[in-house]
Design a protein around this ligand. Structure first.
Ligand code: ATP
Ligand code: MG
Length: 477
């Protein structure tokens, strides 16, 4: 036999009875105050009337009697005193009742606000959930829809409520398929699916859809709940992790290859030089042999650069920070490259902050950054009338020095934008694809950031943020 569980007078039970007692006490207090007030008022009325009568009597008799007797005057004074006392009592009672009434009204207003909140709690919960939530009844009519649902799908949430589900979603849309399936299976099976949704604005969003049965208190199916989760940030994180894993694997492999390649390269270089000297000593002047040797030397240099850049990329050398005026570095780089720009009929324009911007940096590494960015811009404008801007300014809000390189070149297709910092990603016939990867490492070593924006056939803007003089927290590895 099961024992009936007795209430232990927990917070709810105890609280309710206490509340009732308090309410009864409140009513009793109000009634007592009112009764006291009524009695005082009656007494006051009685005394006031008596005093008025006596005053009238004294007033009528005072002159013919030639004066008022002492006892009558004493009685009149007594009545006055009683009247004043009652006046004071009445005023105090009114004050107390006013305070109590004010308190009660405040309490009642607060209570009714809290009651309203409790009544609307399901609405607030629905609107506060960051997942998109939509409920559909058995007749496939949308009964509720929160703002997150509208935001994720690019719909107006209030516009959906009350409408037919079929009028909002296409027949072949996964939303409709899942809801119909959930209703047909009488809500016995909850379902989950991952899709890529195209918003009305043309954006693609990875979404996770979940359906579950909506039942009433008797367990009867009254509709379906459709939950939508935006997976954009999760997918981006996954992609970043995958990229990091890929880069770690590439780095590991590259270090091993570099180790194997460097020594034979130096040996080849040395032996080629010895061969050249030997031929000279023998007095052999063969133009073909000299041309072959030049080609081998030049390819060897190229290979050596690739090895050097790769080494930079996988094991960045430490930066040696010292105070550097950014404008000086930019001017030096621009002077060095101006001839290459002019040769191709392009313009390199400088727009530098008027006051010297001093940062703690490794000037040689910063030069490397700017050279790489300008050479990329030069490659991008080749074959067109190129205009390349090199700018620098101080962002007072973030206390950062901003260096920009902008060109009106080919631009970068959006599918390549996320890959430009990957080592070995190149679209150039003779490119190594290491330039931006090295640039990224150097900027990171200086505690900065780099961003690329690009428009195909319009141009590219690369923005480098370097910590300003006061806030530089540099990774001086
Ligand atoms: N300003 C730019 N305009 C158009 N495309 C660019 C620009 N900067 C970079 N890119 C693209 O990014 C790719 C990677 O650039 P990165 O500097 O890393 O290597 P690379 O220039 O190809 O080779 P390397 O720098 O070794 O000569 C380029 O191949 C190019 O497709
Ligand atoms: Mg490059």
């Amino acid at each position: 036999m099961t024992k009936e569980r007795k209430s232990s007078g927990g917070p709810l039970g105890g609280g309710a009875s206490k509340e009732e007692t308090a309410k009864v006490l409140q009513w009793m207090l109000a009634a007592a105050l009112l009764a006291l007030f009524a009695v005082c008022l009656w007494l006051f009325w009685d005394i006031w009337a008596a005093r008025k009568d006596l005053q009238a009597f004294v007033h009528q008799r005072a002159v013919p009697l030639g004066g008022v007797s002492g006892s009558l005057l004493a009685e009149l004074r007594d009545l006055y005193r009683q009247e004043i006392t009652l006046n004071l009592i009445l005023a105090s009672l009114i004050l107390v009742m006013g305070v109590l009434l004010g308190g009660y009204v405040t309490y009642w207003v607060r209570l009714s606000g809290r009651m309203r909140d409790i009544q609307n709690i399901d609405h607030y919960i629905l609107q506060s959930i960051t997942r998109g939530v939509m409920t559909v009844d058995e007749k496939q009519r949308i009964t509720s829809c929160n703002q997150a649902f509208g935001r994720i799908l690019g719909l107006s949430a209030s516009h959906c409520i009350g409408r037919d589900f079929a009028s909002v979603f296409d027949p072949d849309s996964p939303f409709r398929r899942m809801v119909e399936w959930a209703l047909q299976s009488a809500g016995n099976m909850d379902a989950e699916d991952e899709i890529v949704h195209q918003t009305p604005g043309g954006d693609e969003k990875p979404l996770r859809l979940t359906t579950c049965a909506l039942r009433n208190e008797k367990g009867r199916l009254i509709g379906v709940i459709l939950l939508v989760k935006d997976l954009t940030s999760i997918k981006a994180l996954e992609e970043r992790l995958r990229r990091q894993e890929r880069l770690a694997a590439i780095g590991h492999l590259t270090r091993r290859i570099l180790h194997e390649v460097r020594n034979p390269l130096s040996a080849m270089d040395l032996n080629l030089q010895l061969l050249q000297e030997h031929l000279e000593r023998l007095g052999v002047h063969d133009s073909k042999a000299e041309r072959y040797l030049r080609v081998v030397f030049s390819e060897l240099r190229r290979l050596d650069k690739v090895v050097g850049d790769t080494h930079h990329c996988v094991t960045p050398p430490p930066v040696h920070l010292r105070p550097v005026v950014v404008q000086d570095v930019l001017n030096q780089v621009a002077d060095g490259l101006r001839a290459s720009f002019e040769q191709g009929g392009h313009r390199l324009e400088l727009d530098l902050w008027p006051d010297p911007l001093e940062v703690a940096a490794d000037p040689d590494r910063i030069k490397e950054v700017v050279i790489n960015l300008l050479l990329n811009a030069l490659d991008a404008v080749t074959g067109r009338s190129g205009r390349v801007f090199l700018r620098c300014r101080w962002d007072q809000r973030t206390n950062r020095v901003v260096v920009e390189v902008e060109d009106n070149g080919t631009g970068i297709p959006w599918e390549n934008l996320s890959k430009v910092f990957d080592p070995y990603f190149t679209t150039k016939r003779r490119g190594t694809g290491l330039g931006l990867s090295v640039v990224h490492n150097i900027v990171k070593q200086h505690g900065g950031e780099i961003h690329v924006s690009s428009w195909v056939n319009e141009g590219t803007l690369v923005v480098v943020h370097l910590p300003g003089p006061q806030s530089s927290e540099m990774a001086s590895q």
